[in-house]
Design a protein around this ligand. Structure first.
Ligand code: N01
Length: 516
C-alpha cells in the first residue's frame, strides 16, 4: 500500500507463538497443508511440509522463510516491548512507549499481539521458592533442556500440557502429570506426508483456499450428517463416531450438527471418548481419572494428541490427580499435596495457559481518546465492534481481537480476513480523506448481543471455567470473548458493513479536506 510501517516485536525474532512455544512436543493441531499463508503462491509450491501436523521447529523455519522472501525484518524492531500507548487527540497520533527503547508515533496502530501470548503464571503458594529449573511452556528456553534421568512435573493438561507430557515421557526418568481437570483429546494420527499428497495439494491449492475461506472453521473437515443425531439409529451413530475418530482430525465433533447444542447427544459422544480412554489406559483407576466429566465434549478447545493416553501405561509416568488431592504448596524441591504426600522434582514444567484474548491488549496499557483507559472500558469484559475496533480508540485496529472468531477458525485464515479488511479500510480512508475511524458505542452494544446470542446457543455457555470465557484467570470478568458464528458468516458481516459505508463507524474527515 506504499505506507511507512514499523512493527514492534517483544520477541527476539519472527515467529510469534512459534517463537515462544519451543517446549518439547509443540506441534500444530491444524494440518500443515492448511496451516500456511494463502498469499504467497510461490512458497505454496516450493515448501514441502514433512508431516501431516507440523512440529514447532518446522513452522518456525517456514515463518523465517516468509520473512526472508519478503524482506520483512528490515521493518521489525525486535526485543521491543510496548509498555504504554495513548492517543494524542490534538495531533491525531498514537504515542507508543516501549521498555528501554524509543517512543514511536503513528496515526494508525494495528495490534497483532496475538490472543494466546500472555502466559498465565499460576499463583500456587510457594511457587517462587522452587529452587530447581522451572519453565512455563510459553516462555521456553532457547537452549536444549534435558529431562534424562530427571523427575519432571508438568502442571496443566490442556493442549500444551498434553503435547509436552507426551514428549517428556519419552525421555524423563519419571514424569508426574499434575491434572486438575481431565480433558477430552482426540488422536491426531500424525504421520509423514507422502510426495503424492504434497503434489495433489500443490496441483489445486486454489480449491483448498476456497474451501477454507468459505467454511465455518476454515478447516477441511467432513460436514455433519444431514440429520439430528437421534434421528439416526444407534448402530449408525456409533459407526459414524468410530469412523470419524479414525480420521485423525476434529471430525468427530462435527459428526452431527447437534453435538454442540444438545446435551443428550453430546453426552453420548463424550462417553464414546471416555470408552476410548478406558480402552487405551491399562490401569482402570488411572483410566477413570483421565476420563473427562467436568464439561461436555467440545466446550473447551479440543485437544489433538499423539499418544498421550498411552504414556500412562509406561512405568516412568504417574498421574497426580490434584482435583482429588490439591497442591498445598510448592517447596524448594517439589510439590506438597494437601494429603501430606510430597512429590520430589528435579524440574517443573508449567503448562497453565494464557491470559487469553484480552490479556495481550491490556498488557499494553492503552489509553484512548479523552483519557479513557482500555482496562476501565473492559472492566466487565471486552467491548468491541466486530472484534476489530473499539469506541474511544480511533485508528486502533485489532487482529484476532476479542469478539472475533480467534481460534474458532484456522487462525492463519482468520488473520488473512482481518488484515484484508483493515487494509481495505485504510485504503478507503486515504481515498475519502478520512483521518480517523472508530465505532459508535451503540455498534459495540449491538455486536455484543450478536456474540452473546450465538455463544448462548452452544453448550460452551455451560462451561465457563476456561480461557474462552476468561474463567481460567482468577478475578477476570467472564464473558463471551470469542465470536462463535464461523469465519464464513463473520466475513460476510464484515464485508456487508464495509460495503454499506462502514455502517456503525464514525468517520472523521481530515481537517484539510473539511476546509476544502
Ligand atoms: O492452556 P489451557 P494451554 N493449578 O488454558 C491447568 C492453543 N494451543 O496452553 O482445566 C493447576 O488450555 C488447567 O487446569 P483446569 C489452544 O487453542 C494450540 O494448554 O483449569 N492447574 C489446564 O489443564 C489451547 O486451547 C496448540 O482445571 C492449573 C491447563 O493448566 C490454548 O493454546 C498447542 C492451574 C491450562 O490449559 C491454550 O492451551 C498448544 C493451577 N493454578 C496450545 N492453572 C496447537 O496445537 C491452570 N491450570 C496449535
Amino acid at each position: 500500500m506504499g505506507r511507512s510501517v514499523v512493527a514492534l516485536e517483544k520477541g527476539g525474532d519472527v515467529g510469534g507463538t512459534w517463537y515462544w512455544n519451543r517446549y518439547p512436543g509443540a506441534r500444530c493441531d491444524v494440518p500443515s497443508l492448511e496451516y500456511s499463508v494463502p498469499w504467497d503462491k510461490e512458497l505454496e509450491q516450493e515448501w514441502d511440509w514433512s508431516e501431516r501436523y507440523s512440529a514447532q521447529p518446522e513452522i518456525l523455519s517456514y515463518i523465517e522463510e516468509i520473512a526472508r522472501r519478503h524482506d520483512l525484518k528490515r521493518d521489525i524492531r525486535f526485543d521491543t516491548t510496548v509498555t504504554a500507548m495513548a492517543r494524542d487527540n490534538a495531533r491525531k497520533l498514537w504515542v507508543v512507549e516501549t521498555e528501554g527503547k524509543a517512543v514511536f508515533e503513528a496515526p494508525v496502530v494495528i495490534s497483532a499481539a496475538g490472543c494466546l501470548s500472555t502466559p498465565n503464571l499460576p499463583d500456587i503458594p510457594g511457587i517462587e521458592t522452587f529452587a530447581r529449573p522451572i519453565h512455563h511452556t510459553g516462555l521456553w528456553p532457547h537452549e536444549p533442556v534435558s529431562f534424562e534421568d530427571k523427575r519432571v512435573g508438568v502442571i496443566g493438561t490442556g493442549s500444551t500440557g498434553v503435547q509436552a507430557s507426551t514428549a517428556i515421557a519419552a525421555e524423563a526418568g519419571h514424569l508426574f502429570v499434575f491434572q486438575r481437570t481431565a480433558q477430552y483429546s482426540l488422536p491426531a494420527l500424525n504421520r509423514s506426508l507422502t510426495s503424492e499428497e504434497l503434489a495433489e495439494a500443490k496441483a489445486d491449492y486454489a480449491t483448498i483456499r476456497n474451501h477454507q475461506r468459505n467454511s465455518f472453521g476454515a478447516a477441511i473437515i467432513e460436514p455433519p450428517k444431514a440429520m439430528k443425531a437421534f434421528d439416526d439409529n444407534k448402530e449408525a451413530r456409533f459407526a459414524e463416531y468410530e469412523r470419524r475418530w479414525n480420521i485423525g482430525r476434529q471430525d468427530l465433533l462435527a459428526a452431527y450438527a447437534d453435538i454442540g447444542t444438545d446435551e443428550q447427544v453430546n453426552a453420548e459422544v463424550s462417553e464414546f471418548v471416555r470408552e476410548k480412554i478406558r480402552g487405551i489406559v491399562k490401569d482402570a483407576e488411572t483410566a477413570e481419572r483421565l476420563c473427562p466429566s467436568a464439561n461436555p465434549l467440545g466446550t473447551r478447545r479440543i485437544i489433538m494428541d499423539t499418544g498421550y493416553f498411552e504414556i500412562f501405561n509406561q512405568d516412568n509416568v504417574s498421574l497426580v490427580d490434584i482435583r482429588e488431592d490439591p497442591i498445598a504448596r510448592i517447596a524448594e524441591t517439589g510439590v506438597k499435596l494437601e494429603s501430606g504426600r510430597y512429590v520430589e522434582l528435579d524440574m517443573l514444567v508449567v503448562a497453565t495457559g494464557y491470559d487469553a484474548v484480552t490479556g495481550p491488549l491490556l498488557d499494553m496499557n492503552i489509553t484512548g481518546r479523552e483519557g479513557v483507559e482500555l482496562a476501565e472500558k473492559w472492566k466487565n469484559g471486552p467491548e468491541t465492534y466486530l472484534g476489530l475496533m473499539m469506541h474511544g480508540f480511533p485508528n486502533l485496529f485489532t487482529v484476532t481481537g476479542p469478539q472475533s472468531p480467534t481460534v474458532h477458525a484456522n487462525v492463519i485464515m482468520g488473520i488473512e480476513q482481518h488484515v484484508d479488511w483493515i487494509g481495505d479500510c485504510l485504503a478507503m480512508m486515504e481515498r475519502e480523506g478520512i483521518e480517523e475511524i472508530e465505532p459508535e458505542h451503540q455498534s459495540e452494544l449491538e455486536w455484543a448481543k450478536v456474540v452473546e446470542a450465538i455463544g448462548s446457543a452452544n453448550l460452551r455457555a455451560k462451561d465457563t471455567n476456561n480461557w474462552y470465557t476468561g474463567g481460567n484467570i482468577p478475578g477476570k470478568p467472564r464473558s463471551f470473548m470469542t465470536y462463535q458464528g464461523g469465519l464464513d458468516r463473520y466475513r460476510a458481516i464484515c464485508d456487508e458493513i464495509a460495503t454499506n459505508s462502514y455502517r456503525g463507524f464514525q468517520l472523521s474527515p481530515a481537517k484539510a479536506s473539511v476546509e476544502a
